[in-house]
Design a protein around this ligand. Structure first.
Ligand SMILES: [Zn+2]
Length: 83
């Protein structure tokens, strides 16, 4: 028995994901953390990024297939796929 087939031989790159790119903006911040919110209404991704120590907490996953980028001062987030 062969393992599960993945796609067709002539079509190896089926996952050429046409990834949407969403921008995240700072909505609120305090001394320790910054809340980033996706600007895409249909998405609603929200993450909290730690300032003092690098860390990212996903509050609302939003559109998981989209690439999310955002920045604020010295803090930048990119490709935040941590769930
Ligand atoms: Zn988004």
């Amino acid at each position: 028995m062969s393992p599960a087939r993945r796609g067709y031989p002539g079509n190896p790159a089926r996952i050429e994901v046409d990834m949407a790119s969403h921008e995240m903006v700072c909505e609120a911040e305090n001394a320790h953390e910054v809340l980033f919110v996706c600007t895409d209404d249909a998405c609603g991704r929200r993450v909290v990024v730690g300032k003092a120590r690098p860390g990212l907490t996903v509050i609302d996953r939003g559109d998981f297939s989209a690439r999310h980028v955002g920045s604020l001062g010295g803090i930048s987030i990119e490709g935040v796929d941590v769930a």
